[in-house]
Design a protein around this ligand. Structure first.
Ligand SMILES: C[C@@](CO)(OP(=O)(O)O)[C@H](O)COP(=O)(O)OP(=O)(O)OC[C@H]1O[C@@H](n2ccc(N)nc2=O)[C@H](O)[C@@H]1O
Ligand SMILES: Nc1ncnc2c1ncn2[C@@H]1O[C@H](COP(=O)(O)OP(=O)(O)O)[C@@H](O)[C@H]1O
Length: 308
């Protein structure tokens, strides 16, 4: 398949502070995203088929997670390509091939990543030349995490998470991701967070970025970063998937600098001291209960960009 191939990273949330439920059904967040070296690839090519006026954008999905991903107009990459064509105001066609490595419904924004990659690939394929801010604006309507998948690096998102400010970081951080069997529905985890908070009767604080986290990032201080990781959705993810508590404990006991559920989960993220330490942690986590496997990665890495 010729065409344009774009590589796009997964993300882990270093801080996910969830504010009150808004009238539009979203929550105001302080969401510190960190792009890591776990990538999907999306290739956009001119269709080699006649007709197809009814299906201007078609998608094929490959990889171990393919069975859990819609190969229809519901696919976030297809929705992104269609939104870009609408913005360009011309009819366009494309065949998309998605090669997935990012766990599906894993709390690593794999769907959002593919949407971001489809925007970059089709922008190139169709010769539209839209600048990144325009793609980020279109992406924000596809999903709250799509703008970050375009931007990459480390950034704090406010609003739904779509309003991004890049953060100064130094050095490289080494991670292990423990992959769980099956995914967790993001809206269901947010709903469980609201239910637990209502049950506790606790006031919902307005989300504020963690200053110690910003300092750890600026200084490239991994032990400090490990101590400042936080995720307001973690209690909800643990309530919906109790086995994650054991996974977090195994990683902590094995010496991880930090252990947290990534976003809405169920992937668990562990911060390591080095690439070697990450390899040792992954070996220990592979056999943890409910763990489908463990992969190592590092960050920050750039956002969606042409591969090769
Ligand atoms: C939780 C996070 C953390 O980065 O991602 P994942 O861990 O799922 O990857 C994000 O907030 C998910 O972003 P994304 O998956 O793009 O969510 P969207 O498609 O915009 O919204 C899906 C649903 O999640 C809930 N949602 C999402 C964002 C937000 N600020 N408040 C919400 O309540 C809403 O129920 C919404 O209908
Ligand atoms: N290209 C895609 N890749 C992954 N999931 C997709 C894609 N398109 C649509 N989806 C749907 O989005 C949901 C998972 O989104 P994803 O971003 O992988 O999860 P999370 O937000 O937890 O990281 C699933 O219901 C999946 O069927």
């Amino acid at each position: 398949m010729g065409g344009v191939t774009v590589r796009v990273p997964a993300k882990v949330n270093l801080q996910l502070a969830v504010g009150p439920l808004r009238d539009d059904g979203y929550h105001d967040l302080v969401n510190v995203f960190h792009a890591v070296s776990l990538f999907d690839e999306v290739t956009a090519a001119e269709p080699d088929r006649a007709g197809a006026a009814d299906r201007p954008v078609r998608v094929r999905v490959e990889g171990e997670w393919a069975a859990d991903v819609p190969a229809s107009d519901d696919n976030l990459a297809v929705r992104a390509a269609a939104a870009l064509a609408a913005r360009a105001g011309r009819s366009y066609r494309a065949d998309l091939l998605i090669r997935k490595t990012i766990p599906v419904a894993g709390g690593m924004a794999g769907g959002s990543a593919d949407a971001a990659a489809a925007l970059v690939a089709c922008n190139e394929l169709w010769g539209l030349g839209l600048p990144l801010p325009d793609l980020m604006e279109i992406g924000a309507d596809i999903g709250s995490d799509v703008p970050f998948a375009l931007l990459g690096g480390t950034a704090v998102g406010t609003g739904r998470g779509e309003r991004l400010t890049a953060l100064e970081t130094s050095g490289v951080f080494h991670w292990v991701f423990a992959l769980a069997d099956g995914g967790l529905s993001t809206p269901r985890v947010y709903g469980e967070c609201d239910r637990l908070r209502a049950e506790a009767g606790a006031a919902v604080p307005w989300p504020r970025v963690s200053e110690p986290l910003l300092a750890a990032l600026r200084e490239g201080d991994a032990p400090a970063l490990g101590r400042t990781l936080s995720n307001d959705l973690q209690p909800a993810a643990l309530a919906l998937r109790p086995s994650l508590a054991a996974t977090l404990r195994v990683g902590r006991d094995a010496g991880a600098l930090g252990a947290i559920v990534s976003g809405s989960g169920p992937t668990c993220a562990f911060l390591a001291e080095s690439a070697e330490h990450a390899g040792a942690l992954a070996a220990g986590l592979k056999d943890a209960e409910g763990c489908r496997g463990a992969v190592t990665a590092f960050g920050p890495v750039p956002g969606a960009a042409p591969a090769g």
